[in-house]
Design a protein around this ligand. Structure first.
Ligand SMILES: NC(=O)c1ccc[n+]([C@@H]2O[C@H](COP(=O)([O-])OP(=O)(O)OC[C@H]3O[C@@H](n4cnc5c(N)ncnc54)[C@H](OP(=O)(O)O)[C@@H]3O)[C@@H](O)[C@H]2O)c1
Length: 250
């Protein structure tokens, strides 16, 4: 079978995380040249680089704090000076803090809110704008934002997170109008996926989460990455402004 992303240049943010690393490897496996970014997880990034090198993938890790607006501008400007316009951006990076997730509404501070919004919403937005600029100079491209099933349904926990993920749905639609027809912008909304914040849940909570889904299990990071692959490749060439729920039927 021919590779779906041959000669494409892709940036995957949050690639040091569970889902992001799966996405970065799958895109590289499909022929893309991947820049896989990390923030605090430099040790994880080292392991990812070693694994990519050993498998012969065209993947390099790079530091990027998506919450740092100046840093984001610099990162995408530098990426462009390497000679090729960007084709793909996957905004996987997401704020992850157990205390904030389990805080009751009255315990949440404005600082908590702003920290989460700055990464999940503003960070994804800033990366998208800089990436789209590069894509418009080239042959167009595809952007995928990471929302969440909880951003569609609401949730009793993680209020700043669900609010950021909900706002990403409209940002996705708006950017699809603004940057179309040359750039497509879509979102994935994972449900309960192995790894990530699920690591905080005890066995009883995991059982409950599994039973919530029509498919009666958690999803795998590869199942989310497969949805991203569909959205960034030409397989979805007439799809834009959409959110693909990857939640096993919640
Ligand atoms: N797991 C789930 O069940 C689930 C469900 C719905 C949606 N999601 C969404 O899917 C995405 C990935 O989740 P995951 O489960 O893979 O979580 P994870 O393992 O905790 O990974 C989070 C990633 O985000 C990065 N990140 C955090 N703050 C950052 C910042 N300021 N700048 C740049 N990168 C930053 C982390 O980088 P460092 O570690 O290097 O700092 C890490 O790579 C997130 O957007 C999450 O909200 C996950």
């Amino acid at each position: 079978m021919s590779l779906l992303l041959k000669n494409k240049l892709a940036v995957v943010t949050g690639a040091s995380g569970d889902i992001g690393s799966s996405v970065a490897f799958l895109l590289a496996q499909q022929g893309a040249k991947v820049i896989a970014t990390y923030n605090m997880g430099s040790e994880r990034a080292k392991l990812i680089q070693e694994k990519a090198d050993s498998q012969g993938f065209d993947l390099r890790t790079a530091h990027l704090d998506v919450g740092d607006e100046t840093g984001v501008r610099r990162f995408f400007a530098e990426t462009e000076t390497r000679g090729k316009a960007l084709d793909i951006l996957v905004n996987v990076a997401g704020h992850s803090d157990k205390r904030v997730w389990y805080s009751k509404p009255e315990e949440l501070t404005s600082k908590d809110w702003l920290e989460v919004l700055n990464v999940d919403l503003v960070g994804s937005f800033n990366c998208s704008v800089q990436a789209a600029k590069s894509m418009m100079k080239g042959s167009g491209g595809s952007i995928v934002n990471f929302s969440s099933a909880a951003g569609v349904t609401g949730h009793t926990e993680g209020l700043p997170y669900t609010a950021a993920k909900a706002a990403l749905l409209t940002i996705t639609k708006s950017l699809a109008y603004i940057y179309g027809p040359r750039v497509r912008v879509n979102a994935v909304a994972p449900g309960n996926i192995q790894g990530g914040s699920i690591k905080w849940a005890g066995p009883e909570e995991v059982k409950r989460l599994e039973s919530e889904a029509a498919l009666k299990r958690l999803g795998t990071t590869l199942e989310v990455a497969n949805a991203v692959l569909f959205l960034v490749s030409d397989l979805s060439s007439f799809v834009t402004g959409q959110t693909l729920l990857v939640d096993g039927g919640i």
